[in-house]
Design a protein around this ligand. Structure first.
Ligand code: NAD
Length: 498
């Protein structure tokens, strides 16, 4: 059985805790590898290694740091397909979707390659007599990233690329369910010229996370995962004096106005609702048609599309989506469908009994579609994270704005309409962090920032874009005077600008 350990000081190390987790093949349900779960002393060792390596890395000039990332881009490109296959084999998403996962990560690495420009501070010449005022952005030291299973390439890259570019050392704690791609990315960084010890990967569970959260040498923590854990990580990191940004779960809605292009809306819904088996934080899980006629037309077109979704193993190039991550998650998603039926929603398409021929023990289920879901139901309130779409019928536009705005999550939302006034009003008023107009999955590009509102995000700064540079650096502001022989004598009053 393949064993996955840790990556510390530029090399793979076996775990020594005696604890490990199973890494499954979601297509077959079989265990394909064992991943080590780090104990506190192993995490402490990784932090010590990172702390030793960080000052020299921070002293490398930004352009050279960027060159390491450029070389990394090159190396990932060279083994793109191999990495995508590895990703699919542990996650279960299709090969094409795994390539998208890697590509969206690389785009943030590309952004981070602009670090010489991004790190430029401010300068005011002559802010006072012989006084210049300027600001510097300096790295924090050793920082940590804790990432989820659903984007095992993209989210680690969102975290480590800007952090490293800013001159920090990094400890990555990837998801224990699909750790192989992050481990390989760490090796490629070293191959690209990153000094050993600047990036370390610790595998594990709560013990590893808690060790990072309570160690005083960790200056900042970036987390992505479910909201309950995000909130816990945020509170614990803050209580331990760390900077933290923690991104959580979602329940993203797509509003369909009566004037929308229905075919375009249905295409968008089917991809955003069921792609990656709904295991995306930006998946659309609630469709909100406005008015009865809109709902009826939408469902007439949508039902056959959901019934005809092509489910297959992650290796099938024709599949729309593959299996779910684990048997336990599959059971949870199916139990939500049972719950929806009990709550009184109308199950128009039932994918619970889908069996994948030849892969009977894989974590497969078909697409499910509910109509007449109401805001008091748990299937509306809670994140299901599976191929289950709920239709909530809104009687008018005002209700359609209210629904996502009043939901406890606020990650993404979309409106489909041809009416520019309505779209503009919606963008302005809706209480959600990322908004799409005729665009179902509005994940901003790398040079903008990514982050949800309300229980989808804890902390002040977003991921990637300019916020990433702010998060991974601290500002130092310098007031410098070169008096050239002018003597003013002692001054007992606070200096002011008269
Ligand atoms: P998860 O919360 O189970 O795990 C995330 C990370 O936290 C993993 O590294 C895991 O090992 C660790 N962890 C789990 N339990 C812990 C505990 N008790 N104490 C400390 N650490 C713990 O999330 P997941 O199932 O891997 O990922 C899916 C979730 O992530 C969904 O809710 C999804 O919406 C969310 N997500 C959010 C975003 C975003 O940017 N908002 C992006 C992707 C995924």
């Amino acid at each position: 059985m393949r064993e996955i350990g840790h990556f510390i000081g530029g090399k793979q190390l076996q775990g020594t805790s005696g604890r490990h987790g199973d890494v499954f093949d979601p297509n077959t349900g079989e265990v394909q590898a064992k991943v080590a779960f780090a104990k506190r002393s192993e995490v402490e060792h990784a932090i010590a290694v990172a702390e030793t390596a960080q000052p020299a890395w921070a002293a490398v000039n930004p352009q050279r740091r960027a060159r390491v990332l450029m070389k990394f881009l090159d190396l990932v490109q060279k083994e793109f397909d191999t990495l995508a296959r590895l990703l699919s084999s542990e996650h279960g998403k299709t090969f094409a979707d795994s390539k998208g996962d890697i590509q969206r990560g690389l785009e943030v690495v590309e952004f981070a390659c602009g670090i010489p420009h991004l790190l430029k501070g401010e300068f005011t010449e002559g802010a006072g007599p012989n006084i210049d005022l300027f600001s510097l952005r300096q790295p924090l030291g050793v920082v940590a990233g804790i990432t989820p299973f659903n984007f095992p390439a993209m989210i680690p890259m969102w975290k480590f690329a800007p952090a490293l570019a800013c001159g920090n050392a990094f400890i990555l704690k990837p998801s224990e369910r699909d750790p192989s791609v992050p481990m390989r990315l760490a090796e490629l960084l070293v191959e690209a010229g990153l000094p050993a010890g600047v990036l370390n990967v610790i595998n594990g569970d709560k013990e590893a996370v808690d060790s990072l959260l309570t160690d005083p040498r960790i200056q900042a923590v970036g987390f992505v995962g479910s909201s309950a854990i995000a909130e816990y990580v945020y509170a614990t990191a803050a209580a331990n004096g760390k900077r933290a940004q923690c991104f959580g779960g979602a329940k993203n809605q797509m509003i369909i106005m009566p004037d929308a292009d229905m075919d375009q809306a249905v295409d968008a819904l089917i991809g955003a609702g069921y792609g990656s088996a709904g295991e995306r934080c930006m998946a659309v899980s609630v469709a909100v048609p406005v008015g009865k006629k809109t709902a009826d037309v939408l469902l007439e077109k949508l039902v056959p599309r959901v019934e005809n979704l092509k489910i297959g193993p992650s290796t099938d190039p024709q599949a729309d989506f593959g299996p779910l991550i684990t048997r336990a998650h599959l059971d949870k998603v199916k139990s939500y469908v049972d719950l929806g039926v009990k709550e009184g929603a109308k199950l128009l398409v039932d994918g619970r009994n889908f069996k994948m021929q030849g892969y009977e023990n894989g974590n497969f289920m078909g697409g499910c579609l509910f109509d007449h879901v109401t805001p008091d139901m748990r299937i509306y309130k809670e994140e299901i994270f599976g191929p289950v779409l709920a239709v909530v019928r809104a009687k008018d536009y005002a209700e359609a704005v209210r629904l996502p705005s009043e939901h406890e999550y606020g990650n993404g939302v979309a409106i489909f309409t041809r009416d520019g006034d309505a779209a503009r009003d919606f963008v302005n008023r809706v209480e959600v962090g990322m908004v799409g107009v005729n665009f179902a999955i509005p994940v901003p590009l790398s040079y903008y920032t990514f982050g949800g509102w309300k229980r989808s995000g804890f902390g002040d700064l977003n991921q990637h874009g300019p916020d990433a540079v702010r998060f991974y650096t601290r500002t130092k502001t310098v007031t410098a005077r070169w008096p050239s022989g002018v003597k003013e004598g002692a001054e007992f009053v606070i200096p002011t600008m008269k």
